[in-house]
Design a protein around this ligand. Sequence first.
Ligand SMILES: [Zn+2]
Length: 201
Amino acid sequence: MAVLWNRHRFSGGLLVLDTTNTVVLRGDAERSFDRFAERAEIASFAETATIFRATELGGRKLFFDGSEESAGKVRQLREAADGLFRQAVRSGQLDTALFPAVLQGAAICLDGAGEMIGKEGRPFGDPATPLRFEVALGVSAISLLAGHEWRKVRICPHCNWLFVDRSRNGSRVWCDMSICGNRQKARRHYERSKAKEDEDG
Ligand SMILES: [Zn+2]
């Protein structure tokens, strides 16, 4: 079934984190699955990321060429980045043992790209031309690692997604309050009323 790439699926706040979140229910061996198993979904994701990640991308449009080669690069960097940033959230530190996989993944994504990035107002290069998704992913991953924002990455306790907490007091708990926050609330309510029923039983 085709995925609806809505705003919720871009709760990560950065292209690299939204991409790690395309594996659903990580850590749940029975229910976890990869939304990027189908290459058509990678293309839809890249198209929608253009809209929801417009600020990060400096208005640059992303495209995916549809090849298995590019898909492989995307999946490889995605998994390496998830490993590194998830570990960083858990320990509050960066584990250099996890760097090589991310750097290699990014190198593969950026190889031959020949993009000029980082100019004022052009963080991902010239917005007049489209950019390969895997190149943008490489830039996003390296940028998160190189800056200090990795310290603000959190893991949603409901869905296990990674997201960057830009709230003023750093107290954001959910990837998306309207989805995961509410589901958790509903579950707690159910458990409380169930417990009461059992007591009253
Ligand atoms: Zn969540």
